[in-house]
Design a protein around this ligand. Structure first.
Ligand SMILES: Nc1ncnc2c1ncn2[C@@H]1O[C@H](COP(=O)(O)OP(=O)(O)OP(=O)(O)O)[C@@H](O)[C@H]1O
Length: 282
């Protein structure tokens, strides 16, 4: 469990990148959304203990990350959007680096490489951006850390590799692990998300399990605008709308539509419904 308490970070005076964020992030795979510059990477770096909060704190299972204790740091790994390794190949890197991670699985690493159609002995620096990215993902996901933070993991991956990444995450991530995936391409891993975090202009505006959101709102695509639509977009001859979910059953979430709605004038109304503050609208 990640606990964020009044977490604030300013790169310099006047530029608050994370503003008073308080939330509990339980185990599971969470989608982190936000506009460019919203503070997503900064938040991940604070959780990883790579930045020291200006105010507030981030705790992992009750231990603050600010102290940067080795016992806590080895339970967390953040994969940034680009990363260098000091060895020739990922296999050589894994031999040295994995020693610090008690739950690292060589078997999972081998299986991940197979799934990405890599052998791991390639000269890392000679690989294309997408191949380098896949090589790192194959290794990092096998680390078995309690908290795994992925910044745009599908960046540069071709269509089949995105499918492979989905399989790898579904196979490797255990229910006890917490994974936060920051991405602008919401559809790639949509079946995997247990929770959604949305940052906007350095503030956390939403942090909820997907089942709770989908019990309160429904995302529908219809040939004519539905009655009581809270937010609507047109595309491919259909009206894509968010309506109140009155069925009591969880619905399929369209994360792209939800994000657009939260960035629009409908934000307050939709957040009130998701947070259970408004009844019987529409
Ligand atoms: N090293 C830095 N020094 C100064 N300001 C920074 C630094 N890194 C980020 N910022 C600023 O902090 C804010 C949040 O940046 P951050 O990279 O966390 O956003 P983001 O949501 O990850 O954006 P993107 O989606 O574009 O990757 C932005 O205004 C950015 O310009």
């Amino acid at each position: 469990m990640i606990e964020l308490k009044n977490l604030t970070y300013a790169y310099r005076r006047g530029l608050v990148a994370i503003d008073n964020v308080t939330a509990d992030v339980p185990s599971g795979i969470h989608l982190l959304l936000g506009e460019n510059g919203a503070g997503k990477t900064t938040l991940l770096r604070l959780i990883a203990g790579l930045l020291i909060p200006t105010e507030g704190c981030c705790m992992i299972d009750g231990t603050t990350m600010t102290r940067r204790e080795p016992s806590t740091l080895k339970r967390v790994f953040m994969m940034p959007d680009t990363m260098e390794i000091p060895t020739k190949s990922i296999r050589e890197f894994a031999k040295i680096h994995s020693k610090f991670y008690p739950r690292y699985s060589q078997e999972a690493f081998e299986e991940n490489l197979r799934e990405f159609e890599l052998n791991g002995s390639e000269t890392f620096n000679h690989l294309s951006l997408g191949l380098r990215h896949k090589t790192l993902l194959a290794y990092i996901i096998a680390l078995g850390v309690d908290v795994l933070l992925l910044d745009e993991p599908a960046n540069g991956l071709d269509i089949n590799s995105k499918k492979a990444l989905r399989h790898i995450l579904a196979r490797c991530i255990s229910p006890e692990q917490t994974v936060i995936i920051s991405t602008h391409t919401v559809s790639d891993l949509r079946e995997l998300y247990d929770g959604v975090l949305v940052l906007s202009r350095s503030k956390l505006i939403l942090a909820k399990p997907t089942w709770e959101i989908s019990e309160r709102i429904s995302c529908v695509a219809t040939p004519i605008p539905p009655y009581g639509s809270l937010f609507m977009e047109q595309g491919a001859g259909l009206f894509h709308s968010i309506i109140v979910n009155k069925s009591g059953e969880p619905s399929d979430l369209n994360y792209g539509l939800l994000y657009s709605a939260l960035m629009s004038d409908s934000r307050t109304k939709i957040l009130e419904i998701i947070n259970g503050q408004t009844q019987n609208i529409g």
